[in-house]
Design a protein around this ligand. Sequence first.
Ligand code: XBP
Ligand code: MG
Length: 254
Amino acid sequence: MALAALIFDIDGTLSETEELHRRAFNDVFADFGLPWRWDVDLYRDLLDVAGGKERLAHFFATHEGGAPGLADRIAELHAAKTARYATLVAGGAARLRPGIARLMRQARHAGLRLAIATTTSLPNVEALLCATLGPGAVDLFAVIGAGDMVAAKKPAPDIYRYVLDALALPAGACVAFEDSSNGLVAAHGAGLPTLVTPSLYTAHQTGAGAFDGALATLSDLGEPGAPYRHIAGAGHGEDMVTIEALERWLRRIA
Ligand code: XBP
Ligand code: MG
């Protein structure tokens, strides 16, 4: 089946945004006079719960005997966090990971469609695309599936199914790009061949058996003169993810 679309996760895949999410959560805790500051180790564990609102609810329910009254203020705290995140991103705090802009450009020239399938809220997607790919970048994407557009977040496959429905394409005509095991499970649940580029917060998941079944697991997508490091699956002995390489790797598993 011919390759027709690339579907990208946002956080950790397009950019190392989780550090900015963590900062935004902590800034909001401080603004609201709340005692918590999430450090890197705690946040890595909290990322097992996909979605900022769900993460806050989980934290409030499981830490320091719960946080009376706060369960009712999650929407308010999360809205403030989303605004803070957008300010950080608009200020230039996020950069695309290696190879992302190059591969997107190549895909568009080849007539492929681009899509997003993410747990993060839509304003975060818009802020990141605008800051990294330029104003109007949202229009480069045929479909953006984000946040609460589906009831069940990753690792449920719902957001990928939503995007496939909107693209009106079978999973076999697409490749998903993910950075986490939650994301891989979600993409696989929708039947998508998936390329994994582990990120700062998911590198610890790169053990034996991790990312099993991924089309390829690579350090990043590679740039001219800055090859990716091959971790598992397809792409051994090569240096950059290109449309030609993806088509070749897909033929091998067809
Ligand atoms: C990313 C997430 C998101 C962000 C926060 O998961 O879990 O929740 O951390 O975004 P993935 P919101 O990369 O697998 O989509 O606070 O807007 O939910
Ligand atoms: Mg991710």
